[in-house]
Design a binder for this molecule. Sequence first.
Ligand SMILES: NC(=O)c1ccc[n+]([C@@H]2O[C@H](COP(=O)([O-])OP(=O)(O)OC[C@H]3O[C@@H](n4cnc5c(N)ncnc54)[C@H](OP(=O)(O)O)[C@@H]3O)[C@@H](O)[C@H]2O)c1
Length: 240
Amino acid sequence: MSCSLTNQTVAVLGGSSGIGLAVARGAHRLGARVIIGGRDPQRIAAAARENAGLETATLDITDEAEVAAFFERIGTLDHLVVTAGALLGSSPLGALDFKAAREAFDVKLTGSLLAAKHAAPRLRPGGSIGFTSGMLARKPSPNAVVKTAINAALEAATRQLARELAPVRVYAISPGPVNTPSWRLMDDSSRAAMFEKLGNTLPVGFAATDDDTAAGYLFAMQARALTGAVIDLDSGALVA
Ligand SMILES: NC(=O)c1ccc[n+]([C@@H]2O[C@H](COP(=O)([O-])OP(=O)(O)OC[C@H]3O[C@@H](n4cnc5c(N)ncnc54)[C@H](OP(=O)(O)O)[C@@H]3O)[C@@H](O)[C@H]2O)c1
């Protein structure tokens, strides 16, 4: 049976967990060859074990030589998705740990640009680069200045690169809260309570799952007229 991504190659950096892994599963279901990349070999191996058919690579997205080698190995591709992000707790500016903040910028912002740099020459015309921003880019929230700045920078880069890299398409998905392993800095009961409360306050009545969020990337890969856009897939958080 032919599916909508049959004979296409999709690379997902950050694909060993959360939203990235859901994108990888979805693209594979739609017929694509999918390669997931992440830093921790054990998490990559576990993702592959639990999701037959995914190809894997271990790399640090902040290391340009590793990123270049990753795309060199893949060769021509149709779509790149970047969901890699470092763990970063909430903190007021006065107590901000700048070592952790720099790492967060490095992984998500520099990493996205490095991946785009090395993928772009290998992407077919009409293929796509998908970045991941987040609702904090446009919804001020206390104790989140680093995430806000990173996400806003990525949204600006999306519009800029859609011009510079055309006819390759560039888009960003902006999630709201999604219950993924990225919340593991919170203890289980606080996390469960927070997501329950979100269910009562978000306009759709629940916080999106990783699969709900992955649906945005899968749509964008197939939407040949979409570029330069940021898609808010945030359970209505921006308008709440
Ligand atoms: N979950 C949310 O509520 C939410 C809301 C808004 C925006 N977002 C954004 O959505 C994206 C995905 O979040 P998620 O919740 O799916 O996170 P996640 O489950 O923690 O997954 C993050 C992924 O990034 C990879 N990664 C981290 N550092 C890396 C590095 N240096 N090199 C290569 N890979 C690296 C991780 O692999 P390793 O473990 O191997 O490092 C993992 O595969 C992030 O950009 C996040 O900011 C999430």
